[in-house]
Design a protein around this ligand. Structure first.
Ligand code: TXA
Ligand code: MG
Length: 365
Protein backbone atom coordinates (compact mmCIF):
# COMPACT_ATOMS: atom_id res chain seq x y z
CA UNK A 1 0.00 0.00 0.00
CA UNK A 2 1.32 3.44 -0.99
CA UNK A 3 0.71 6.36 1.32
CA UNK A 4 0.53 9.70 -0.44
CA UNK A 5 -1.33 12.97 -0.12
CA UNK A 6 -4.64 13.10 -1.96
CA UNK A 7 -5.61 15.77 -4.45
CA UNK A 8 -9.34 16.53 -4.44
CA UNK A 9 -10.76 18.44 -7.40
CA UNK A 10 -13.00 21.19 -6.10
CA UNK A 11 -16.69 20.42 -5.60
CA UNK A 12 -19.20 21.15 -2.84
CA UNK A 13 -18.64 17.60 -1.58
CA UNK A 14 -14.85 17.80 -1.53
CA UNK A 15 -15.03 21.14 0.27
CA UNK A 16 -17.31 19.70 2.96
CA UNK A 17 -15.04 16.67 3.23
CA UNK A 18 -12.00 18.95 3.75
CA UNK A 19 -13.81 21.01 6.41
CA UNK A 20 -14.46 17.78 8.32
CA UNK A 21 -10.88 16.64 7.81
CA UNK A 22 -9.65 19.88 9.40
CA UNK A 23 -11.93 19.30 12.37
CA UNK A 24 -10.53 15.83 12.88
CA UNK A 25 -6.95 17.18 12.91
CA UNK A 26 -5.89 16.19 9.38
CA UNK A 27 -4.01 18.60 7.13
CA UNK A 28 -5.80 20.34 4.26
CA UNK A 29 -3.98 22.41 1.65
CA UNK A 30 -6.25 25.08 0.17
CA UNK A 31 -6.01 28.01 -2.23
CA UNK A 32 -5.99 31.59 -0.98
CA UNK A 33 -5.68 34.79 -3.00
CA UNK A 34 -1.95 34.88 -2.13
CA UNK A 35 -0.54 31.33 -2.19
CA UNK A 36 -1.74 27.84 -1.19
CA UNK A 37 -1.89 27.36 2.57
CA UNK A 38 -1.18 24.16 4.50
CA UNK A 39 -4.03 24.20 6.99
CA UNK A 40 -4.55 22.58 10.37
CA UNK A 41 -6.85 23.15 13.34
CA UNK A 42 -5.13 26.04 15.15
CA UNK A 43 -6.53 24.99 18.52
CA UNK A 44 -5.09 21.49 18.34
CA UNK A 45 -1.43 21.03 19.14
CA UNK A 46 -1.52 17.58 17.56
CA UNK A 47 -2.84 18.98 14.25
CA UNK A 48 -0.35 21.86 14.22
CA UNK A 49 2.52 19.38 14.82
CA UNK A 50 1.66 17.81 11.47
CA UNK A 51 2.30 21.09 9.65
CA UNK A 52 5.86 21.18 10.96
CA UNK A 53 6.58 17.59 10.06
CA UNK A 54 5.00 17.78 6.59
CA UNK A 55 6.95 20.94 5.70
CA UNK A 56 10.14 20.14 7.57
CA UNK A 57 9.72 23.53 9.20
CA UNK A 58 11.61 24.42 12.39
CA UNK A 59 9.37 24.86 15.43
CA UNK A 60 10.92 28.29 15.99
CA UNK A 61 8.86 29.68 13.08
CA UNK A 62 5.33 30.71 14.20
CA UNK A 63 2.19 30.12 12.10
CA UNK A 64 -0.44 32.48 10.67
CA UNK A 65 -3.95 31.72 11.92
CA UNK A 66 -6.75 32.16 9.38
CA UNK A 67 -10.18 33.20 10.58
CA UNK A 68 -13.43 33.89 8.76
CA UNK A 69 -14.77 36.98 10.54
CA UNK A 70 -13.28 39.63 12.81
CA UNK A 71 -15.08 38.62 16.00
CA UNK A 72 -13.35 35.25 15.79
CA UNK A 73 -10.17 37.08 16.85
CA UNK A 74 -11.65 37.84 20.30
CA UNK A 75 -10.80 34.62 22.10
CA UNK A 76 -7.44 34.27 20.34
CA UNK A 77 -6.07 37.67 21.32
CA UNK A 78 -5.39 39.79 24.36
CA UNK A 79 -4.90 43.23 22.87
CA UNK A 80 -3.72 46.47 24.42
CA UNK A 81 -5.82 49.54 23.72
CA UNK A 82 -3.48 50.65 20.93
CA UNK A 83 -3.50 47.19 19.35
CA UNK A 84 -7.29 47.06 19.52
CA UNK A 85 -7.66 50.45 17.86
CA UNK A 86 -5.30 49.67 14.98
CA UNK A 87 -6.59 46.12 14.61
CA UNK A 88 -10.17 47.35 14.22
CA UNK A 89 -9.24 50.01 11.67
CA UNK A 90 -6.99 47.78 9.57
CA UNK A 91 -9.11 44.64 9.79
CA UNK A 92 -12.24 46.55 8.81
CA UNK A 93 -10.48 48.18 5.88
CA UNK A 94 -8.30 45.38 4.48
CA UNK A 95 -10.06 42.12 5.42
CA UNK A 96 -10.82 39.85 3.78
CA UNK A 97 -7.52 40.35 2.00
CA UNK A 98 -3.75 39.86 1.80
CA UNK A 99 -2.83 41.45 5.15
CA UNK A 100 -1.58 39.54 8.21
CA UNK A 101 -1.79 41.36 11.53
CA UNK A 102 0.26 40.35 14.57
CA UNK A 103 -1.01 41.28 18.05
CA UNK A 104 -0.78 39.86 21.56
CA UNK A 105 -2.06 36.28 21.82
CA UNK A 106 -4.46 34.99 24.46
CA UNK A 107 -3.53 31.95 26.50
CA UNK A 108 -5.89 29.61 24.66
CA UNK A 109 -3.52 29.70 21.68
CA UNK A 110 -1.27 26.63 21.70
CA UNK A 111 2.41 27.47 22.14
CA UNK A 112 3.28 25.60 18.97
CA UNK A 113 1.32 28.23 16.97
CA UNK A 114 3.19 31.20 18.43
CA UNK A 115 6.55 29.40 18.59
CA UNK A 116 6.51 30.04 22.32
CA UNK A 117 6.16 33.77 21.82
CA UNK A 118 3.37 35.98 23.13
CA UNK A 119 1.97 37.18 19.80
CA UNK A 120 -0.34 35.71 17.20
CA UNK A 121 -0.54 36.41 13.46
CA UNK A 122 -4.09 36.63 12.04
CA UNK A 123 -5.57 36.90 8.57
CA UNK A 124 -8.99 36.68 6.90
CA UNK A 125 -8.34 35.45 3.34
CA UNK A 126 -10.40 36.80 0.45
CA UNK A 127 -10.42 33.69 -1.76
CA UNK A 128 -13.94 32.22 -1.93
CA UNK A 129 -12.81 28.60 -1.51
CA UNK A 130 -10.74 29.53 1.54
CA UNK A 131 -13.65 31.49 3.00
CA UNK A 132 -16.14 28.68 2.52
CA UNK A 133 -13.72 26.14 3.98
CA UNK A 134 -13.12 28.28 7.08
CA UNK A 135 -16.83 28.88 7.48
CA UNK A 136 -17.75 25.21 7.28
CA UNK A 137 -14.88 24.06 9.50
CA UNK A 138 -15.86 26.76 12.00
CA UNK A 139 -12.44 26.70 13.68
CA UNK A 140 -9.39 28.97 13.35
CA UNK A 141 -7.01 27.40 10.84
CA UNK A 142 -3.24 27.70 11.09
CA UNK A 143 -1.73 27.76 7.63
CA UNK A 144 1.77 28.54 6.42
CA UNK A 145 2.50 28.42 2.72
CA UNK A 146 2.13 24.81 1.55
CA UNK A 147 5.69 24.28 0.33
CA UNK A 148 8.58 22.29 1.70
CA UNK A 149 10.43 24.55 4.15
CA UNK A 150 12.73 26.94 2.31
CA UNK A 151 11.34 26.18 -1.14
CA UNK A 152 9.32 28.49 -3.39
CA UNK A 153 5.70 29.02 -2.19
CA UNK A 154 3.01 27.16 -4.17
CA UNK A 155 0.40 28.85 -6.34
CA UNK A 156 -1.22 25.68 -7.71
CA UNK A 157 -2.38 22.37 -6.22
CA UNK A 158 0.25 20.68 -8.39
CA UNK A 159 3.01 22.72 -6.71
CA UNK A 160 1.73 21.53 -3.32
CA UNK A 161 1.66 17.93 -4.46
CA UNK A 162 5.18 18.19 -5.90
CA UNK A 163 6.52 19.28 -2.51
CA UNK A 164 4.36 17.42 0.00
CA UNK A 165 3.06 14.23 -1.64
CA UNK A 166 5.02 12.08 0.84
CA UNK A 167 2.79 13.17 3.67
CA UNK A 168 -0.22 10.86 3.78
CA UNK A 169 -2.53 12.65 6.20
CA UNK A 170 -3.02 15.51 3.75
CA UNK A 171 -5.83 16.49 1.40
CA UNK A 172 -5.11 19.05 -1.31
CA UNK A 173 -8.17 21.00 -2.39
CA UNK A 174 -7.59 21.81 -6.03
CA UNK A 175 -9.33 24.84 -7.43
CA UNK A 176 -8.13 26.37 -10.68
CA UNK A 177 -9.20 29.92 -9.87
CA UNK A 178 -6.55 30.38 -7.26
CA UNK A 179 -3.81 32.65 -6.03
CA UNK A 180 -4.54 35.74 -8.11
CA UNK A 181 -1.98 37.76 -6.15
CA UNK A 182 0.73 35.10 -6.23
CA UNK A 183 3.00 36.28 -3.39
CA UNK A 184 2.35 35.94 0.34
CA UNK A 185 0.43 38.50 2.39
CA UNK A 186 1.84 41.72 3.81
CA UNK A 187 2.76 41.04 7.46
CA UNK A 188 2.64 43.80 10.08
CA UNK A 189 3.14 43.67 13.81
CA UNK A 190 1.20 46.02 16.06
CA UNK A 191 3.18 46.54 19.26
CA UNK A 192 1.45 47.14 22.56
CA UNK A 193 2.23 50.83 22.47
CA UNK A 194 2.31 53.27 19.56
CA UNK A 195 4.44 51.25 17.18
CA UNK A 196 3.75 49.26 14.04
CA UNK A 197 6.34 47.36 12.04
CA UNK A 198 6.26 45.98 8.54
CA UNK A 199 7.74 42.47 8.65
CA UNK A 200 7.02 41.33 5.11
CA UNK A 201 6.00 43.43 2.09
CA UNK A 202 3.04 42.23 0.02
CA UNK A 203 0.14 43.46 -2.08
CA UNK A 204 -1.08 45.88 0.61
CA UNK A 205 1.49 48.64 0.89
CA UNK A 206 2.74 50.42 3.99
CA UNK A 207 1.46 53.67 2.47
CA UNK A 208 -2.07 52.26 2.38
CA UNK A 209 -1.76 51.06 5.99
CA UNK A 210 -0.39 54.36 7.29
CA UNK A 211 -3.03 56.34 5.44
CA UNK A 212 -5.90 54.37 7.03
CA UNK A 213 -4.49 54.92 10.53
CA UNK A 214 -3.92 58.60 9.86
CA UNK A 215 -7.53 59.00 8.73
CA UNK A 216 -8.57 57.78 12.19
CA UNK A 217 -6.09 60.17 13.85
CA UNK A 218 -4.22 57.35 15.52
CA UNK A 219 -0.73 58.24 16.74
CA UNK A 220 1.87 55.70 15.77
CA UNK A 221 5.45 55.16 14.76
CA UNK A 222 5.95 53.05 11.66
CA UNK A 223 9.06 51.00 11.10
CA UNK A 224 10.21 48.79 8.33
CA UNK A 225 12.01 46.10 10.25
CA UNK A 226 15.19 44.90 8.66
CA UNK A 227 13.72 42.92 5.83
CA UNK A 228 16.85 42.02 4.11
CA UNK A 229 19.52 40.05 5.88
CA UNK A 230 22.74 40.18 3.94
CA UNK A 231 24.20 36.85 2.92
CA UNK A 232 27.53 37.70 4.61
CA UNK A 233 25.68 38.15 7.91
CA UNK A 234 24.08 34.75 7.57
CA UNK A 235 27.46 33.19 6.97
CA UNK A 236 28.91 34.98 9.99
CA UNK A 237 26.20 33.90 12.38
CA UNK A 238 23.58 31.25 11.91
CA UNK A 239 21.34 32.66 14.58
CA UNK A 240 20.76 36.35 14.09
CA UNK A 241 17.72 37.30 16.12
CA UNK A 242 14.89 38.43 13.90
CA UNK A 243 11.47 39.80 14.63
CA UNK A 244 9.93 37.35 12.18
CA UNK A 245 11.77 34.09 11.67
CA UNK A 246 10.43 33.92 8.11
CA UNK A 247 12.74 36.80 7.26
CA UNK A 248 15.49 34.26 6.74
CA UNK A 249 17.16 34.95 3.47
CA UNK A 250 17.04 31.34 2.35
CA UNK A 251 13.27 31.55 2.02
CA UNK A 252 11.66 31.09 -1.39
CA UNK A 253 14.75 29.52 -2.91
CA UNK A 254 14.54 27.45 -6.07
CA UNK A 255 16.60 24.26 -6.16
CA UNK A 256 19.13 25.71 -8.62
CA UNK A 257 21.27 28.78 -8.02
CA UNK A 258 19.77 32.16 -8.82
CA UNK A 259 21.31 35.62 -9.27
CA UNK A 260 19.96 39.11 -9.77
CA UNK A 261 21.29 40.80 -12.87
CA UNK A 262 21.92 44.43 -12.07
CA UNK A 263 23.11 47.70 -13.58
CA UNK A 264 20.62 47.61 -16.40
CA UNK A 265 21.93 50.69 -18.16
CA UNK A 266 24.95 48.72 -19.32
CA UNK A 267 22.97 45.93 -20.86
CA UNK A 268 24.96 46.07 -24.12
CA UNK A 269 27.87 44.58 -22.16
CA UNK A 270 26.09 41.37 -21.22
CA UNK A 271 27.84 39.32 -23.88
CA UNK A 272 31.23 40.23 -22.48
CA UNK A 273 30.32 39.60 -18.88
CA UNK A 274 28.82 36.12 -19.13
CA UNK A 275 30.63 33.16 -20.53
CA UNK A 276 28.87 31.23 -23.26
CA UNK A 277 28.57 28.12 -21.09
CA UNK A 278 27.08 30.15 -18.26
CA UNK A 279 24.35 31.63 -20.42
CA UNK A 280 23.73 28.30 -22.14
CA UNK A 281 22.76 26.79 -18.82
CA UNK A 282 20.83 29.83 -17.56
CA UNK A 283 17.12 30.48 -17.50
CA UNK A 284 16.42 34.20 -17.81
CA UNK A 285 13.37 35.36 -15.92
CA UNK A 286 12.92 38.95 -16.99
CA UNK A 287 10.70 41.95 -16.21
CA UNK A 288 9.62 44.59 -18.69
CA UNK A 289 12.16 43.21 -21.20
CA UNK A 290 15.05 44.65 -19.17
CA UNK A 291 17.42 41.80 -19.98
CA UNK A 292 16.05 40.99 -23.42
CA UNK A 293 19.55 41.19 -24.90
CA UNK A 294 20.35 37.95 -23.06
CA UNK A 295 17.53 36.11 -24.77
CA UNK A 296 19.42 34.63 -27.74
CA UNK A 297 22.28 32.90 -25.99
CA UNK A 298 20.29 31.67 -22.97
CA UNK A 299 18.76 28.26 -22.36
CA UNK A 300 15.34 29.80 -21.94
CA UNK A 301 13.94 33.32 -21.72
CA UNK A 302 10.65 34.27 -20.14
CA UNK A 303 9.25 37.60 -18.94
CA UNK A 304 7.29 38.05 -15.68
CA UNK A 305 5.49 40.92 -17.36
CA UNK A 306 6.70 42.19 -20.69
CA UNK A 307 4.60 45.33 -20.21
CA UNK A 308 6.15 46.07 -16.81
CA UNK A 309 3.11 45.36 -14.64
CA UNK A 310 4.05 44.48 -11.04
CA UNK A 311 0.75 42.70 -10.30
CA UNK A 312 1.26 40.45 -13.28
CA UNK A 313 4.87 39.84 -12.21
CA UNK A 314 3.78 38.81 -8.67
CA UNK A 315 1.24 36.43 -10.08
CA UNK A 316 3.82 34.72 -12.29
CA UNK A 317 6.98 34.72 -10.16
CA UNK A 318 6.60 31.53 -8.12
CA UNK A 319 5.41 29.33 -10.97
CA UNK A 320 8.17 30.67 -13.24
CA UNK A 321 10.78 29.83 -10.58
CA UNK A 322 9.37 26.32 -10.17
CA UNK A 323 9.27 25.80 -13.94
CA UNK A 324 12.83 27.08 -14.35
CA UNK A 325 14.36 24.66 -11.87
CA UNK A 326 12.85 21.73 -13.80
CA UNK A 327 14.18 22.65 -17.25
CA UNK A 328 16.70 20.13 -18.49
CA UNK A 329 20.21 21.52 -18.48
CA UNK A 330 19.26 24.49 -16.30
CA UNK A 331 21.95 25.32 -13.74
CA UNK A 332 21.22 28.98 -13.06
CA UNK A 333 18.32 31.41 -12.96
CA UNK A 334 18.98 35.06 -13.79
CA UNK A 335 16.45 37.42 -12.24
CA UNK A 336 15.63 41.08 -12.90
CA UNK A 337 16.58 43.96 -10.63
CA UNK A 338 13.09 45.42 -10.75
CA UNK A 339 13.03 47.44 -7.54
CA UNK A 340 11.77 51.00 -7.99
CA UNK A 341 12.39 53.06 -4.86
CA UNK A 342 9.37 55.30 -5.38
CA UNK A 343 6.98 52.50 -6.31
CA UNK A 344 5.78 50.32 -3.44
CA UNK A 345 4.27 47.84 -5.88
CA UNK A 346 7.78 46.74 -6.71
CA UNK A 347 8.73 45.99 -3.07
CA UNK A 348 6.81 42.75 -2.53
CA UNK A 349 7.86 41.06 -5.73
CA UNK A 350 11.47 42.22 -5.44
CA UNK A 351 11.63 40.95 -1.86
CA UNK A 352 10.87 37.43 -3.19
CA UNK A 353 13.33 37.80 -6.07
CA UNK A 354 16.03 38.90 -3.62
CA UNK A 355 15.39 35.87 -1.44
CA UNK A 356 15.25 33.48 -4.41
CA UNK A 357 18.74 34.73 -5.28
CA UNK A 358 19.84 34.65 -1.61
CA UNK A 359 20.83 38.27 -2.14
CA UNK A 360 23.42 37.48 -4.82
CA UNK A 361 23.87 40.01 -7.62
CA UNK A 362 25.77 39.75 -10.81
CA UNK A 363 27.09 43.18 -11.58
CA UNK A 364 27.41 44.09 -15.18
CA UNK A 365 30.46 46.27 -15.65
O1 TXA B 1 -0.27 34.87 2.31
C1 TXA B 1 0.07 34.28 3.34
O2 TXA B 1 0.36 34.88 4.39
C2 TXA B 1 0.13 32.75 3.29
C3 TXA B 1 -1.31 32.24 3.12
C4 TXA B 1 -1.41 30.76 3.21
O3 TXA B 1 -2.13 32.86 4.05
N1 TXA B 1 0.75 32.22 4.46
C5 TXA B 1 2.08 32.35 4.72
O4 TXA B 1 2.51 31.75 5.89
O5 TXA B 1 2.83 32.93 3.96
P1 TXA B 1 4.05 31.50 6.20
O6 TXA B 1 4.08 30.73 7.47
O7 TXA B 1 4.72 30.90 5.04
O8 TXA B 1 4.60 32.92 6.51
C6 TXA B 1 4.20 33.56 7.70
C7 TXA B 1 5.23 34.53 8.17
C8 TXA B 1 6.49 33.82 8.58
O9 TXA B 1 7.56 34.60 8.13
C9 TXA B 1 6.42 33.80 10.09
O10 TXA B 1 7.70 33.81 10.66
C10 TXA B 1 5.66 35.07 10.38
O11 TXA B 1 4.75 35.22 9.32
N2 TXA B 1 4.89 34.99 11.63
C11 TXA B 1 3.84 34.22 11.91
N3 TXA B 1 3.44 34.41 13.19
C12 TXA B 1 4.25 35.35 13.70
C13 TXA B 1 4.35 35.98 14.97
N4 TXA B 1 3.52 35.68 15.97
N5 TXA B 1 5.32 36.89 15.15
C14 TXA B 1 6.16 37.21 14.14
N6 TXA B 1 6.13 36.65 12.92
C15 TXA B 1 5.19 35.73 12.70
MG1 MG C 1 6.19 30.41 3.74
Amino acid sequence: EIHVAKVLPFSEESLTFCAKALKSDSLVAFPTETVYGLGANALSEKAAEKIFSAKGRPKSDPLIVHISFMRQAESLTNMSEFQRQCFDVLGTKFWPGPLTIIVKASNIVPKIITANGDSIALRIPANKVAQELLKQANIPVAAPSANRFGHVSPTTAKHVYDDLSDFDDLYILDHSENCSIGIESTVIKIFEKNKIALLRPGAISSLQIKSELNKEKINFKFEILQRVVKIQDIEKSANISMESPGQLLTHYAPTIEAFIVTNQSKSENFGQTFSKEFLNSSVIIDFNQKNASLMKSSLKYIDLSSRGDFDEASQNLFSYLRNAEKIEGAKYILLPDLIEQNNEKSFGVFDRIYRAASGKYINII
